[in-house]
Ligand binder design. Structure first.
Ligand code: AKG
Ligand code: FE2
Length: 268
């Protein structure tokens, strides 16, 4: 990180960009940012050199780490056409979620670097619901249900640096509104068995999340950084006909997780 830092501080407007980025991610009303590195991707290609620059920007926000010991720091999110729907590497709607939702210490930030958008054009815009704003619009009664440890989702296997498996978990931490995580994944509504009242409260939250979501298409070289305490993320379906596109030309994102530095104000 020191090496990256030294290299970048010599770069024009680096300090200014890093400060704007930190403010966009942790300042009042903030919570996500897209750093547009397309010109750098054009100049450098999207190999190691480019990834190192993206890592250096990420390191200005928080500490890059990999929760998956068996994967490289930057994990490929490609497109597979032949598996069960709903998984992030697949072509259907990837419902909005928090990454590592069932860990006691989910990554503070999740980041996605766009190497190639869907070549079929117009497919797979990113969706970002403002989780804190959605929770603020709920009734007290629903918030109380969401704060109960009554939710569960997914499996927990071979993970590093994200704490223990959290099962069951509360969607809302007991902490003050605007702090803590909103441990939610819309996938839970379909795939997890939940009690009636808890499921209803979760559905109510899902409606508010959709109401407040922003949506945009990542362009080549765009680097999306999401503060997981504030925003959830997902993406719309890709264009149909992916099987006609060679695997090496399909949409490709790279994913990297960040841990806030001790004492950093990661809450918004
Ligand atoms: O494909 C995308 O845009 C999002 C992928 C994602 O959210 C994930 O893999 O966790
Ligand atoms: Fe995700």
């Amino acid at each position: 990180m020191e090496r990256y830092g030294t290299e970048l501080t010599a770069t024009a407007r680096f300090e200014e960009t890093a400060a704007i980025l930190r403010h966009a991610l942790t300042g009042e009303g903030g919570g996500y940012a897209v750093l547009r590195l397309g010109n750098l991707a054009k100049a450098l290609g999207t190999g190691d050199r480019f990834r190192q620059l993206a890592t250096a920007f990420a390191a200005e926000v928080a500490v890059p780490f990999s929760p998956f010991p068996r994967w490289p720091l930057w994990k490929d999110i490609g497109v597979k056409v032949d598996k069960n729907p709903g998984r992030s590497s697949l072509i259907g709607y990837n419902a909005f979620h928090m990454d590592l939702v069932n860990a006691t210490r989910p990554p503070d930030y999740t980041t996605l670097l766009c190497v190639r958008p869907d070549p079929l054009g117009g497919g797979g815009p990113s969706i970002l619901p403002d989780a804190q704003a959605a929770v603020a619009r709920l009734s007290k009664n629903s918030r109380a249900l969401l704060a109960e440890t009554a939710y569960h989702y997914g499996t927990f296997f071979d993970l590093f640096g994200v704490g223990e498996e959290y099962k069951p978990f509360p969607i809302l931490d007991g902490s003050d509104p605007g702090e803590g995580f909103v441990r939610f994944t819309a996938k839970m509504l379909k795939r997890s068995q939940l009690g009636q009242a808890h499921a209803d409260a979760a559905r109510e939250l899902a409606v508010e999340l959709v109401r407040g979501q922003v949506s945009f298409m990542l362009q080549p070289g765009d680097y999306l950084i999401v503060n997981q305490r504030h925003f959830l993320h997902g993406r719309e379906a890709l264009c149909s006909g992916q099987e006609t596109v060679p695997a090496t030309d399909r949409r490709l994102l790279l994913q990297l997780f960040l841990r806030a530095r001790a004492g950093a104000d990661s809450a918004v």
